[in-house]
Design a protein around this ligand. Structure first.
Ligand code: 9YT
Length: 138
């Protein structure tokens, strides 16, 4: 069994930050669960366009308020604690945080560790031999 808490991963490579968010990657590919699990903070007042062309992602909001826009259709969905959105069609989307949002994110296939958005808003697929099992880039 794997037991791990946010304080165990503080200050390690499992914490990845970008301008609009900070992702604490509790479970990664090296944990062999078939998915990765992140506790992610989205900073208040930000809007982020994302397009996970290589991954499916489910995002469960546990704190804060905002909205997600499906770029393809223009639909806007309110997001608050207790709401999940699932990008089952690799949907291009914009996440807007009215207040600080805390999200539980699940990725399939699992992230390897250090992924951050590329110019198109995707995470690249990282080869097994390029990272250690704990997610540090070799
Ligand atoms: C909700 C979302 O996609 N935020 C960007 C960060 C990402 N989900 C991550 O790596 O935790």
């Amino acid at each position: 069994m794997i037991v791990r808490s946010l304080k165990d991963i503080e200050g390690t490579d499992r914490v990845v930050s970008a301008d609009n968010w900070m992702s604490r990657r509790l479970l990664l590919r090296g944990d062999n669960m078939g998915f990765s699990l992140h506790d992610t903070i989205i900073h208040a007042g930000t809007s982020t366009e994302m397009h996970y062309q290589n991954h499916l992602e489910a995002v469960y909001c546990i704190q804060g308020k905002g909205s997600v826009t499906a770029v393809g259709t223009g639909e806007v969905f309110d997001i608050e604690a207790g709401t999940v959105y699932a990008l089952d069609r690799h949907d291009k989307h914009v996440l807007t945080a009215e207040s600080t949002m805390r999200m539980v994110c699940v990725f399939n296939p699992p992230l390897a560790g250090p992924e951050s958005h590329d110019k198109s808003g995707a995470y690249p697929l990282i080869e097994e031999h390029d990272v250690t099992p704990t997610g540090t880039r070799r």
